[in-house]
Every structure is written in structure tokens, then in C-alpha cells.
Design a protein around this ligand. Sequence first.
Ligand SMILES: Nc1nc2c(c(=O)[nH]1)N[C@H]1C(S)=C(S)[C@@H](COP(=O)(O)O)O[C@H]1N2
Ligand SMILES: [Mo]
Length: 203
Amino acid sequence: MGFFDRNRENVTKMGYDDSRLPPGQYLTERFPVLHVGDVPTYAPGEWDMKIFGEVHSPFTLSFEELTALPSVTLTTDIHCVTKWSKFDTVWKGVRVRDLLERAGVKDGAGFVMGHAEYGYTANLPLADAMRDESLVVYEYDSQPIEPIHGGPVRLLVPNLYFWKSPKWLRGIEVRQTDAPGFWEQNGYHMYGDPFLEQRFWGD
Ligand SMILES: Nc1nc2c(c(=O)[nH]1)N[C@H]1C(S)=C(S)[C@@H](COP(=O)(O)O)O[C@H]1N2
Ligand SMILES: [Mo]
């Protein structure tokens, strides 16, 4: 039996329903750090984010404004395309849907682009951004998100592979048409459903 099969067997032994583990993934209890480029640092009050694009009223939020909005705490599994999954991660943040409804999405818009520091981007359908569990998060495990994991603020879209959750989020752009983000331009799938193993173009 290979590593992945043994790991899946262990998932069951640990008392989890192994249907939570997408095909081709292994469960880890560590929290790997994965990104391209440097970890940005922000002076106090320097971080902000914009909701812009195909919306009636674009706006900018400071960290104080974001964290003053109604928040939700979510426990969810995350799945990285490099094959690790982590169960029951706990995040606090604001629903993307609430932010987009405040901006007023224009008729005909169907996609969203997450924009992060240093030009990292990730595209997703508007319908996924509007899901209950799609959040702009600022706490992990009841603590401020560490800079290496995307603090002060990252996007969390847990129904898609974790590359669709930009760390150091600086903006959410609503779009009429889909366009490939950073990894999507480099061969990763335009949608990225972990349960369908949509890792690369053509999957
Ligand atoms: N800004 C930015 N966000 C990013 C990435 C990146 O390179 N830059 N990598 C993505 C990938 S591939 C993964 S798996 C997760 C990793 O998040 P973590 O380091 O908190 O585990 O961040 C995603 N968000
Ligand atoms: Mo990833």
C-alpha cells in the first residue's frame, strides 16, 4: 500500500469520514506555508482593500473598517493543489457576499478576481464568491493571521483549491468575463474543484 492509501486509512482510524479528503490528497496536521515571492509587512494603518470593477459603488476598507463589520467564524477543510489537506481550520472574517452586496454588483457580472500584494491574483466565478463560506478573513485559530499565512487579511474560498485564496488580499474585482489569475496563467485550472481533481488545464 502506498503513502496516499495508508494516509487515507489513517484518516478513517482517526475517526474522520474519509469522504472529506478529496481524491489524490493526504491529510496533514501541520500548516504548510506556500507562496511565491516575499512576505509583505505593513505599517499600522497602511493596509486597505478595494471592492471595485463591475459594481455601482466601489469602496475602500481600512483594517479597522473591515473588522468593525458583522463577522462570522467558520470551521472548514482546506485543500492545496500540491496534495496536502488540513481539516477543521478555524477562521474569522466578513462574508465576501456582504461586501459585494454593499458595492452593488452590476447586471451581467459573473466573475471575481482576487488581487493580492505584489500582483498575485486568483479568478473565480461570482457564484463561488457569493457562497456562505467565502470570507475575507483576519483571524486564524482566534489569533490575528500570521504574516506568513497572509495576514493581516486573506481571502478564503474553501470549496476550491487553496491557491484560490490569496494571502495579503488588497482587492476584490467584479468582472463581466473570466480571466486567468497568477497560477491559472501558469497551467492551473480555471475553476479548481478539489473533489473533481481540477488541478491543471484539461483536468
Ligand atoms: N498572495 C499569495 N497568495 C497565495 C499564494 C501566493 O503565492 N501568493 N499561494 C496560494 C497557494 S498555492 C496556497 S496552497 C495557499 C497557501 O496558504 P498558506 O501558506 O497559508 O498555507 O496560499 C495561496 N495564496
Ligand atoms: Mo497551493
